[in-house]
Ligand binder design. Structure first.
Ligand SMILES: [Zn+2]
Ligand SMILES: [Zn+2]
Length: 341
């Protein structure tokens, strides 16, 4: 099965955090964190629809200006998500510029910003170019099971972590793939048609076996009656979707470990900060960041399939291999004692 989500660290393991995830559906893209994004082409930035920001420390949010610069003048809506206080951070960025000429723009640029408070309460506002980015309140609510965005093809969950300020960790889960075997359809004497879309939806939404599926070769015509979902399972196979998790800027505390592991459990791919080497655990604790060893152990405990460490501190420039080895040793359950010597 061809994976549908294609993630890449915009600035490698040492630059500003930004994880660009290209999707194969409708050429849309998602971004986790908005550090410096000059390495992203304008076309890639224009594909963004959802941008999830862990917290508004400069290295995670300075890329907002480039986003704004490239999108003004285009008809575009971007959904932004961040921790408590994030709406104000976005608004202040927008207010840094003078918008007296906005009535001359034909296209509107809309930011829909949702902030997630520590109690999982959410607040959503809108900023529109055509109203000079004045704040318009949309709604407030509460997130359920940590899910901050959900649509038929994927969903994104968040966990609130402690970094001496609330910081969000994210997990993106793709819906299961449903493959229909046309030869098996033919064997059962069933036609190909738009009803297969309804069949796929019923499967991904875990409908029970007695759920009725109406069969028709074409919309509105040649109705061939109903068949129960259970009887159709033989014509399809279900492959679970990919899970990609993103965790950065978290203190190594028992509460954070618990929240991170619950969020990233069984992820196919985990991007996790490993800001400091194991030998510098005291500095990591001081700055509320994870070490290489902590990142590797957390990934191991959560039974993650592959780990990609990033956000290496500049003090380790030229030592990527050492940092990577420390993470991988902990991930493999080996003692990395002396690895840095
Ligand atoms: Zn930070
Ligand atoms: Zn950071």
């Amino acid at each position: 099965m061809r994976p549908i989500l294609h993630p890449s660290l915009v600035n490698g393991r040492s630059g500003d955090p930004a994880l660009y995830i290209e999707t194969l559906f409708e050429r849309r893209a998602i971004l986790f964190d908005l550090g410096d994004v000059t390495a992203l082409s304008p076309r890639k930035i224009q594909r963004l629809e959802h941008v999830f920001v862990s917290h508004a420390h400069m290295d995670h949010f300075i890329g907002f200006d480039r986003l704004l610069r490239l999108l003004v003048g285009r008809e575009k809506k971007i959904n932004l998500y961040g921790p408590g206080g994030f709406i104000d951070h976005v608004h202040h960025k927008l207010l840094a510029y003078h918008w007296n000429l906005v009535d001359r723009y034909v296209c509107d640029l809309i930011f829909v910003v949702t902030e997630i408070e520590s109690s999982l309460a959410t607040r959503t506002v809108r900023f529109r170019l055509k109203s000079a980015f004045a704040e318009e309140v949309i709604n407030s609510g509460r997130i359920v099971d940590g899910v901050v965005h959900s649509e038929p093809t994927f969903r994104v969950s968040a966990a609130i972590l402690e970094h001496r300020t609330p910081c969000l960790g994210f997990a993106m889960e793709e819906a299961a793939h449903v493959n229909i075997w046309k030869n098996r359809l033919a064997q059962m004497g069933l036609p190909v048609g738009p009803w297969l879309r309804e069949l796929k939806r019923a499967v991904t939404e875990n409908m029970p076996d007695h759920y009725p599926i109406r069969i028709s070769a074409r919309p509105m015509t040649s109705d061939m009656g109903e068949v129960q979902l259970g009887a159709l399972r033989a014509v399809l196979t279900v492959t679970p979707g990919q899970k990609i998790a993103y965790v950065t800027d978290a203190a190594d505390t028992p509460a954070n470990r618990k929240a991170i592991i619950a969020l990233i459990q069984d992820a196919d791919l985990l991007f996790i900060e490993a800001a400091f080497a194991e030998a510098d655990a005291a500095i990591a604790a001081e700055r509320a960041h994870l070490t290489t060893a902590a990142a590797g152990r957390i990934a191991r405990e959560a039974s993650v399939r592959r780990v990609e460490p990033f956000h290496f501190s500049p003090r380790y420039t030229g030592e990527d291999e050492r940092m990577l080895n420390e993470v991988m040793a902990a991930f493999a359950g080996r003692s990395s004692e002396g690895a840095g010597l």
